[in-house]
Design a protein around this ligand. Structure first.
Ligand code: SF4
Length: 446
């Protein structure tokens, strides 16, 4: 007789295998933080009384962590149940009053084993023999010791002599290990692809490892790009972006753009930020209200704001998942001639000198929007524009058929790389972007 862990038994076979202790509960961990590769880290955060509470992010990642943990336990049970050449003996101690739990809420392997053989109710109600194809489960309950309401499932005395052949299909299917590689679709955002184009390693940290970027570093990133040594503003760039988007929503219904701006600030920012935001945004709002882009958008038949889309870049090819481009275009204009216009508003800090470089940076993102809009609405895209709010400048990208085809091939090339590579070393470093990178402290840059 050899006693070993299930992990040690991998690849081995024995005439008879005993798997004991099936009633042992799965370990439920109480933790302050949870990390799942690909999803990032979730933390419990203190409330006003200092009590740690699960954040929404923590709950989401903890659920995924639990699912992965269960999948691993399933794989281990599968190993245990497939080591026997002739006979397998499952042993457990269970309360005779205990009924099988719902499969999803199983507290241990015993619950799974019960479900595999369709055993419901308490162990006292189980039939002495349950067969699935050629595989038979013989249940033998021990006498309940006085004072201990427990029953044991142990090998019966009338076990069949014929060798147990392969597990029947139903058992095979239910016990089949979950593939280690996740097969759910891979969703790529156009902005993440832009990051990949700048530095693949940076993409890895941000979107594979999902390392958090402190907001002050993200803001500092933008300030440095403009070459400004400005004092940190109280308003985050993201908040300014939200307020500007609200301004554009209101603007078409207002005679006076300054009234639209006041309303947008009230709708999207807390009162203590109104004055500072108004000072910053007055010039942006006035320039936009007088721009040709605004005039053209008023002349469109209709438009969609913050249009969300998913566009399939690569179909699934087992075992690799499908890859979708998933994003939100700020605006889609429907022109009277049956064509489309794409507009994306950017609040980046930049100068006229860096306008071209910035436009190139966003080219793939905007091309992704154009490809998705063409596919969804079945209309050709006439123009795709970036509007740099702080600069009051619009920039266009080429959306001719040949250009969009090239962009689509580039996007597919990146998507193919991303779904095949999950290791840090696979992602090249582009050192030219390091001064603006929030991951300098973790990146070795090799
Ligand atoms: S520090 Fe440089 S090489 Fe490293 S991820 Fe950032 S940009 Fe890329």
């Amino acid at each position: 007789m050899r006693i070993m862990t299930i992990h040690k038994s991998k690849g081995l076979e024995f005439p008879v295998v005993i798997v004991p202790d099936l009633q042992r509960k799965f370990i439920s961990r109480s933790q302050l933080a949870v990390f799942v590769r690909g999803l990032g880290m979730g933390l419990k955060l203190p409330d006003r009384q200092g009590t740690l509470r699960e954040s929404a992010r923590f709950r989401r990642i903890a659920r995924a962590d639990a699912a992965l943990e269960r999948a691993e336990l399933k794989r281990v049970l599968y190993v245990a149940l497939t080591r026997a050449e002739r006979r397998i003996i499952l042993s457990a101690v269970a309360r005779t009053t205990q009924t099988a739990k719902d499969l999803r809420n199983a507290s241990g392997w015993l619950d799974w084993a019960r479900h595999l053989f369709g055993l419901t109710g308490s162990p006292r109600e189980w039939p002495a023999e349950t067969c699935l194809g050629e595989t038979c489960l013989h249940v033998c309950l021990d006498e309940e010791p006085a004072g201990a309401p427990a029953a044991a499932v142990r090998p019966g005395t009338n076990l069949p002599e014929e060798p147990a052949t392969a597990l029947p299909p139903l058992l095979q299917r239910n016990l089949a290990p979950v593939p280690a590689r996740e097969t759910r679709p891979l969703l790529l955002s156009p902005s993440a692809l832009g990051e990949f184009a700048e530095c693949p390693r940076r993409y890895f940290y941000a979107h594979v490892y999902r390392l958090p970027v402190p907001p002050e570093m993200a803001a500092a990133d933008q300030t440095r790009e403009a070459g400004e040594a400005s004092a940190p503003a109280a308003i985050a760039p993201r908040d300014l972006g939200t307020a500007f988007h609200r301004f554009m929503e209101i603007l078409p219904g207002c005679q006076d753009w300054s009234v639209a701006l006041q309303q947008a600030l009230r709708d999207s920012l807390p009162p203590h930020l109104w004055q500072e935001a108004a000072e910053l945004m007055r010039q942006w709002a006035g320039r936009y209200a007088g721009s040709s882009l605004h005039a053209e958008s008023l002349a469109a038949d209709s438009d969609l704001r913050e249009w969300s889309f998913q566009y399939r870049l690569l179909a699934a090819a087992a075992p690799l998942p499908a890859v979708w481009l998933s994003g939100q275009a700020d605006r889609v204009l429907f022109y009277p001639d049956g064509t489309l216009g794409i507009v994306d508003y950017k609040t980046d800090q930049l100068t006229l000198a860096s306008l071209q470089q910035k436009t190139a940076h966003y080219r793939l993102q905007l091309a992704g929007y154009a490809l998705a809009a063409q596919a969804v609405f079945g209309l050709p895209v006439r123009d795709a524009r970036l509007y740099f709010v702080r600069l009051g400048q619009a920039a266009t990208i080429d959306v001719a058929v040949a250009e969009l085809t090239t962009a689509e091939n580039e996007l597919r090339g990146i998507a193919g790389f991303l779904r095949n590579h999950t290791e840090e070393a696979d992602y090249a470093c582009r050192l030219s972007h390091c001064p603006l990178c929030p991951f300098q402290t973790v990146c070795l840059g090799e």
